[in-house]
Design a protein around this ligand. Structure first.
Ligand code: HSE
Length: 419
C-alpha cells in the first residue's frame, strides 16, 4: 500500500470537509488506488467546533506545518497574500502543494508555477475551478492535443444556485443566505455575487487553454446582484433564461475574456443546469464541443478535487475496474419498477376506455395521466397513458391483456427513466 503524508493548512469549511471525506472514503481510495492518505498535521489558528481533528498534530502557526515530515502541503486557508507566502515557503522547502484557492492562483499563478518548477515539485489546483468537477486536469492532460477555441460556462455555484431559485420565484437575499448556510458562498459573498470568483476561475482556465498570463490584464466582470426576479419572466417569454457566464474565447490571436450575466436559450445545455451545478462548454478542434457539469461548490465537491490531486501526486495507479467482485450481483431486471409511457390504438374509444383502465387497476397500477389524441386516417384513436410505478414482472402480461381487447389494435410501451 502506498502512503502519502499530508499537512493541511486551514481549518474552515473546506478543510474540515476534506478531513471528513478522507475518513468516509478511505476504503474507496485504498481499494481503487492502493493508497493511504495520512493527515500528519493541521495548521489551524483556532479550533473548529464542527470537527474533531483526532490524532493529527495541531499547529497554531500555520507556517510550521512545513517542519513536519509531509509529502504534500494542502493549502486551504483562502485569501491571497498569506496564502502566497505559505505556498512559496512550501515550494522552496521542496514540498508539493495542493490548493483549492483560486484567488491566489489567479493573482500569483505565474510566479508560483515558476517557483514550483525551479524546485522540482508540483503545485496542483484542480478544485480551484468548479470544485471537484474535473476541468483542470482535463485541459492539462486529456485535451493536450486539441486546440481549444472557446471555454464558457457557469463557474460560480453560488450564483447559479441563487439564479435558479429566483427563476422559481424566490427573492435574492434569502437565497443568498441559504447558499451561505450550505457552505457554497465565499466567506465574503460579494466575491460570488459580484462576479469576482467566476472571473478568477475563467482567468485560470484561459491561462491553461490559451497561455494567457496570471493575473490577466483587466477584463469585464459583472455579477448577478443587478438581476430581478421579473427579468426571468420576460426572458422566458422569449425562450431564454438567465445565467452567470464566464467566457474565454480565442479571436484572431487575442482572448475575449469576460464574466457577466447573460440570456441563454431555454433549451440549451447550460440553461438546464440548476442549483449549485457548474457547467462548462469547451470548444475543441478534435472533439467538437465538450460538456462538463458537476457541483461547483460545497465541502464534498471541493474535497473530491483536492483528493484527486493527492492521488495524482502519489503516483498511485488507479486500478482498472475489471477486477471480478463475486459478492456484487446484478439486480434482476424483473425486480425493477418503472413508470411507463403507453401508446394504445383503439377502434371504439368509449368501449375501450373502461376496459383499458380496469386492466391497469387489476395489476394494481395507477394511471398518472390519460389522454385521447386525434383520430388517425384509418379511424383508429391513439390513447396516451403515463402510469405510476409498474412492476417489470407484470409488464408483459399487462401488454398482452391490452392486446386481447377487441377494440385495441396496437400497444407500444416505453419505460420512463427516473431522473
Ligand atoms: N464560492 C464558490 C462558488 C465556491 O460558489 O462557486 C467554489 O469555488
Amino acid at each position: 500500500m502506498n502512503k502519502l503524508r499530508i499537512g493541511i493548512c486551514g481549518w474552515g469549511n473546506v478543510a474540515t470537509g476534506l478531513f471528513k471525506t478522507l475518513q468516509t472514503n478511505a476504503d474507496q481510495i485504498k481499494k481503487r488506488c492502493n493508497l493511504e492518505i495520512e493527515i500528519i498535521a493541521i495548521g489551524a489558528r483556532r479550533d473548529n467546533p464542527k470537527c474533531d481533528p483526532g490524532n493529527a498534530i495541531i499547529e497554531r502557526d500555520i507556517f510550521k506545518i512545513m517542519d513536519h515530515d509531509i509529502d504534500v502541503l494542502v493549502e486551504l486557508i483562502g485569501g491571497v497574500d498569506v496564502a502566497r507566502d505559505l505556498i512559496l515557503k512550501a515550494l522552496n522547502n521542496k514540498k508539493n502543494v495542493v490548493t483549492a484557492n483560486k484567488a491566489v492562483i489567479f493573482n500569483h499563478g505565474d510566479e508560483l508555477f515558476s517557483v514550483a518548477n525551479k524546485n522540482g515539485v508540483k503545485l496542483l489546483y484542480e478544485s480551484s475551478v468548479c470544485a471537484g468537477t474535473p476541468i483542470i486536469k482535463l485541459l492539462n492532460q486529456e485535451l493536450a492535443a486539441s486546440k481549444i477555441s472557446k471555454i464558457s460556462g457557469m463557474l460560480n455555484g453560488t450564483s447559479n444556485y441563487i439564479l435558479s431559485n429566483m427563476e422559481e420565484g424566490m427573492e435574492f437575499e434569502p437565497t443568498l443566505k441559504l447558499a451561505q448556510e450550505k457552505g457554497y458562498a465565499e466567506p465574503d459573498p460579494s466575491f460570488d455575487i459580484e462576479g469576482t470568483d467566476a472571473a478568477h476561475k475563467i482567468g485560470i482556465l484561459s491561462s491553461l487553454a490559451f497561455g494567457s498570463s496570471l493575473p490577466p490584464k483587466d477584463f469585464y466582470i459583472e455579477g448577478i446582484n443587478g438581476i430581478h426576479k421579473s427579468d426571468f419572466e420576460y426572458a422566458h417569454e422569449m425562450g431564454f433564461t438567465i445565467k452567470h457566464l464566464a467566457v474565454a474565447k480565442l479571436t484572431n490571436n487575442s482572448i475575449d475574456l469576460r464574466a457577466h450575466p447573460a440570456l441563454v436559450k431555454l433549451d440549451s445545455y447550460l440553461a438546464n443546469l440548476k442549483g449549485v451545478r457548474n457547467g462548462i462548454e469547451v470548444e475543441t478542434d478534435l472533439l467538437g464541443t465538450l460538456h462538463i457539469a458537476g457541483s461547483g461548490a460545497g465541502q464534498e465537491a471541493t474535497a473530491s478535487g483536492v483528493i484527486s490531486d493527492l492521488i495524482y501526486l502519489s503516483d498511485s495507479k488507479i486500478k482498472d475496474v475489471n477486477n471480478i467482485n463475486e459478492s456484487i450481483e446484478l439486480v434482476k431486471f424483473i425486480d425493477l419498477n418503472f413508470q411507463y409511457y403507453f401508446y394504445i390504438e383503439a377502434s371504439d374509444v368509449s368501449d375501450a376506455m373502461p376496459s383499458i383502465s380496469s386492466i391497469f387497476t387489476n395489476k394494481g397500477v395507477s394511471i398518472e395521466s390519460i389522454s385521447q389524441k386525434e383520430n388517425l386516417n384509418n379511424d383508429l384513436v391513439p390513447i396516451i397513458i403515463i402510469t405510476d410505478l409498474l412492476k417489470e414482472k407484470d409488464h408483459h402480461e399487462l401488454v398482452n391483456n391490452l392486446l386481447e381487447l377487441d377494440s385495441v389494435n396496437t400497444v407500444r410501451s416505453i419505460r420512463i427513466e427516473a431522473q
